[in-house]
Write a protein that binds this ligand. Structure first.
Ligand code: ANZ
Ligand code: ZN
Length: 823
């Protein structure tokens, strides 16, 4: 047991009793929302990395509180979802039961780390009072046309036995269990996040977020400015009265005269067949096989680049040339229009394909305006050739004109796909939808485009997750809820015939899109949140979490905020003004993992050294946004430091009148400035170094003046909340603790700018006795340094440099006053 555990327990209790960290959510004057990413109660309990993140968030929150803000630092659990469910499966405990166990354990650990959490405002996503509103959000999404159901090829994890959103597939593997992801055709629910692609992209410019996260989002959204062009088809049978065209997406319309064939994706070709195109047997076989092949193949593997001539031709709209239409697997169905004009002379994949199948290659862009030997695709910009009246034009400038000429238009294309929201799992909020076969047959439904589908009435929410004994994923594409006949069977809200409930649950990431709003009003039974509170506290002032959520959580939250904003539920459209990603800690240079056996258990260390030591060590180890290696020696260094802090008490000056020498006073003021700036920038490690420097200085003094001790404790308070509270109470001889007495609600020390002024003077520079300049220089500058400074000055150099004929004959230097060059 550490010697600190007694005071830790004491202060934890008193803080809670007095509500030191519970701001008045209705009336707070200076609201400051300090939020850390929603934790899920990982089974192993609190990881040392999360302790570092959480306490790092808290250092900032405590600093902001002492700066005079009403800081709100809430806590809760993102306990629904596949992570918790997988753990329950592993240990064979029902997830509902396990949730309660994990909750208790997790809250106990979170209490231990000494954060200034607003404990009274906790939320848990598996609480029906919470997920009632998660379901309500789904209902709104459906009503506003942003939720739809579609059969589509989806990412399927054979081990988790559920679909994954694109964002949950990392280089072809399931983000959670690392199994190879397959493709499967299933009916699924989607949210139309793509409708917000442009705003999600452009609004990145108005928020202060870690740059790496912004970059990841930009790439994920993948905006591409291109053009859409129609190529008329000839020789395609089927619905002859239809005007047959194939629409292609290109970023290089300037190369259109070199488009010697068209390529469509196998899926698009299949859709042609479905509407009546009679393809040859051989072509049909290729289409079916390559679609199947795509389905089986890992999503990460490069396509094989096979292809087949469809038998159909297209007309190049620029030169009316009849060119063949190919079907090939290097064209993706999910990008652009699923069809391209192939320009083998200027696109590498097209070139490779043309070589393989002996297709025509025509050069139309030249780096220098002349034909030359083509041994590979020239993909750069240049001058148009072989392009009729456009010859000689600059390729970049020709794009718009050629598109107009060929009857196309501009088209912005995004890589971003709609958010796949349904999961065939147990542990989540049931999707609040009802399907009626009768209504579908009669073409009725809540929305014209979704016959047979109805949202659950709002008064019937929440749709409680029923207790299902066998909660294992089934692997059939159906959720375990589908087996609960009583749950499934429901009356149609419209025609009263028997209908069925949707049995999929929603993605965990939906739970965490709005938790920061619910924190502000979690007891509200009538609404998801109260408008006035939202207005007062949001958007979040500081958000801290892992960069691994760049394109998952952090994108989805922004999406929901924008939708809510458009529906006038909230008055902001970016949820987090400032976001900072934290670094990761390693042990002996490696990522901590159970299999490596290098996991640091925070409980043990806390027991041995105390929370304050642990918090400080984790903050000291590296800049907060970077990672660092966990070392025991480092901990003892911090332990010694706090030991010295404790001893300061016995060396206090006898009366309050004693002051500091001017250089110590200067160091104190400088330290206040530096520590404040460092904390603001999350450079906790250098802030702690400065505290160490300050303490060493105090150690040299015969006694420590009161004001210095008081300032020191305040500066240290965000890092070591327990010890500083104890020492501060002793110092102020407070016997009955009240909220207002807490050191954590005192003012942050201010520095006196006059006391830290860098001592400088104006060095007068003369040349041949004439004043040419007066440069700021530090007091005590040597003649040599002064000369160097002047030689580096653009304006003065010219008088003095030998090449300017100004080699000085004599230099007169008057320390701290002037320098005169005689040339
Ligand atoms: C003709 C062309 C000529 C192209 C040329 C490139 C160079 P980004 O920038 O990523 O948007 N493309 C379009 N849709 C495709 C699909 N579904 N599957 C595979 N490739 C597709 O890339 C746009 C370019 O990627 C498009 O411009 C198209 O090839 C190809 F000298 O069109 B280009
Ligand atoms: Zn019905």
């Amino acid at each position: 047991m550490s010697s600190y555990s007694k005071i830790e327990a004491k202060w934890r209790k008193l803080w809670q009793k007095e509500g030191v960290y519970e701001p008045d959510l209705k009336k707070a004057k200076n609201p400051f929302y300090n939020l850390m990413m929603f934790p899920y109660p990982s089974a192993e309990g609190l990881h040392i990395g999360s302790v570092r993140t959480f306490t790092g968030v808290d250092i900032y929150g405590r600093f902001k509180r002492m700066e005079g803000n009403d800081v709100f630092e809430p806590i809760g659990l993102d306990g629904f979802g596949i992570n918790s469910e997988n753990y329950a499966l592993k240990i064979g405990v029902h997830p509902a039961k396990q949730a309660k166990i994990s909750e208790k354990n997790f809250y106990r650990q979170l209490e231990m780390i000494g954060n200034g959490f607003a404990w009274n405002e906790r939320v848990e996503t598996y609480d029906p009072e919470y997920y009632k509103w998660t379901q309500w959000i789904f209902v709104q999404m459906f009503k506003k046309g942003l939720a739809y159901r579609k059969k589509s090829p989806v990412n399927w994890c054979p081990s988790c036995k559920t679909v994954l959103a694109d964002e949950q597939v990392v280089s072809g593997e399931c983000e959670r269990c690392s199994s190879r992801v397959e493709r499967k055709d299933l009916e699924q629910w989607f949210f139309k996040i793509t409708e917000y692609a442009d705003r999600l992209l452009s609004d990145l410019d108005k928020i202060d977020w870690s740059e790496k996260v912004k970059i990841a989002q930009r790439n994920w959204i993948g905006r591409s400015e291109g053009y859409r062009l129609n190529f008329p088809l000839v020789g395609i049978s089927g619905q002859e009265d239809r005007k047959h065209n194939v629409e292609i997406f290109t970023t290089r319309p300037d190369t259109i005269f070199g488009a010697t064939f068209v390529v469509v994706s196998p899926e698009l070709a299949k859709r042609w067949i479905n509407i009546g195109w009679q393809a040859s047997e051989e072509v049909q076989k290729y289409i079916d096989e390559s679609i199947l092949e795509r389905g089986k193949r890992d999503v990460s593997v490069e396509p094989k680049k096979t292809g087949i001539f469809s038998g159909v031709h297209a007309i190049n709209p620029a030169n009316q040339e009849k060119i063949p239409v190919w079907i090939a697997d290097y064209v993706l169905d999910t990008y652009g229009t699923g069809a391209i004009m192939a320009v083998p002379a200027h696109d590498e994949r097209d070139y490779e394909f043309a070589k393989k199948y002996n297709l025509m290659i025509r050069e139309v862009i030249s780096p220098n305006g002349q034909d030359h030997d083509l041994r590979q695709a020239f993909i750069g910009q240049g001058v148009l050739i072989n392009s009729a009246k456009f010859n000689g034009l600059d390729s970049n400038k020709a794009k718009v004109e050629i598109t107009k000429f060929a009857g196309g238009d501009k088209k912005i294309n995004y890589r971003l796909r709609d958010w796949l929201i349904s999961r065939q799992r147990y542990w989540g909020p049931p999707i609040p939808m009802i399907f009626c076969q009768n209504c579908q047959n009669n073409g009725k439904g809540e929305r014209m485009d979704m016959p047979g589908w109805y949202t659950v009435l709002e008064k019937d929410l929440p749709i409680k997750l029923p207790f299902v004994k066998d909660y294992r994923p089934q692997g059939t594409g159906e959720s375990p809820l589908a087996k609960d006949k009583k749950f499934v069977k429901v009356g149609c809200p419209k025609c009263d015939s028997w209908a069925r409930r949707e049995t999929d649950v929603s993605d965990t990431f939906l739970d965490s899109t709005w938790y920061y709003m619910r924190y502000l009003d979690h007891k509200n039974k009538k609404k998801p949140f109260d408008q006035a509170r939202i207005k007062k506290w949001l958007p979040v002032d500081m958000y801290i979490g892992g960069a691994e959520h760049s394109v998952l959580h952090l994108l989805y939250v922004r999406f929901l905020a924008k939708a809510f904003f458009d529906w006038k539920f909230i008055n902001f459209d970016e949820p987090f003004i400032k976001f900072r990603a934290h670094g990761l800690i390693t042990k002996d240079g490696a990522k901590m993992s159970k299999s490596r056996g290098n996991v640091v258990n925070p409980d043990e260390y806390i027991k041995k050294f105390g929370v304050d030591v642990m918090r400080m060590y984790l903050a000291f180890l590296a800049p907060f946004d970077q990672g660092g290696d966990f070392r025991d020696q480092g901990i003892s260094g911090i332990e010694r430091f706090l030991g010295k802090v404790k001893k300061m008490e016995s060396r206090l000056a006898r009366t309050s009148k004693e002051g500091l020498s001017s250089d110590t006073e200067k160091l104190l003021n400088r330290s206040i400035k530096k520590i404040s700036e460092d904390i603001e920038n999350l450079h906790y490690n250098t802030a702690i170094s400065q505290l160490m420097i300050l303490l060493n200085k105090f150690d040299e003094l015969p006694s420590i003046p009161w004001h210095a001790y008081d300032s020191f404790l305040r500066l240290l308070a965000p890092f070591a909340p327990f010890l500083t509270e104890e020492l501060w109470q002793n110092f102020n001889k407070i016997s009955l603790f009240k909220k207002k007495n807490s050191i954590h609600l005192q003012n942050w020390p201010k520095f006196d700018p006059r006391k830290i002024k860098e001592e400088a003077f104006r060095l007068v520079v003369q040349i041949n006795g004439k004043v040419r300049a007066a440069l700021e220089a530090p007091i005590g500058i040597s003649q040599k340094d002064a000369e160097k400074m002047i030689m580096a000055d653009e304006n003065l150099k010219k008088y003095l440099h030998p090449s300017a004929g100004g080699s000085p004959k004599k230099i007169i230097f008057v320390p701290n006053r002037l320098i005169n060059f005689v040339v």
